[in-house]
Design a protein around this ligand. Structure first.
Ligand SMILES: [Ca+2]
Ligand SMILES: [Ca+2]
Length: 114
């Protein structure tokens, strides 16, 4: 579980490949972020080669259910990084945002500066 502070936090999730990068990815498992402040905190998935634009597969400006790899789990927004990135098995690495229904595309660190 990850808990940020009152200020602007960046939650970074890397794709850990282990000492032998030719092997299967060793992923981060299931993480929960309890206090993500949309518009203030940021999510860094560049290690997964993902950003808000890529996650927003239905192009509505939000990262929310309806996008590939995004769904609700118990009413909370959950990202399946394996499904979204295609770089790990489905269900092997997820992030759940406690109490959050969606993210703005801009809540994620962009892969390439705007
Ligand atoms: Ca914060
Ligand atoms: Ca969307």
């Amino acid at each position: 579980m990850l808990i940020g502070g009152r200020g602007a936090d960046t939650f970074a999730f890397g794709l850990w490949l282990g000492e032998d990068s030719s092997g299967p990815p060793i992923t981060s498992g299931a993480d929960v972020i309890r206090d993500f402040e949309a518009g203030r905190d940021r999510l860094d998935l560049t290690g997964w080669q993902l950003d808000g634009t890529l996650l927003d597969t239905d192009r509505n400006g939000r990262v929310a259910p309806g996008d590939v790899g995004v769904r609700f789990v118990g009413g909370d927004l959950a990202l399946d990084l394996g499904t979204a990135s295609g770089r790990a098995p489905a269900g092997s690495a997820s992030i759940t945002f406690s109490g959050l229904g969606s993210l703005s595309v801009d809540d994620l660190v962009p892969l390439t500066p705007a």
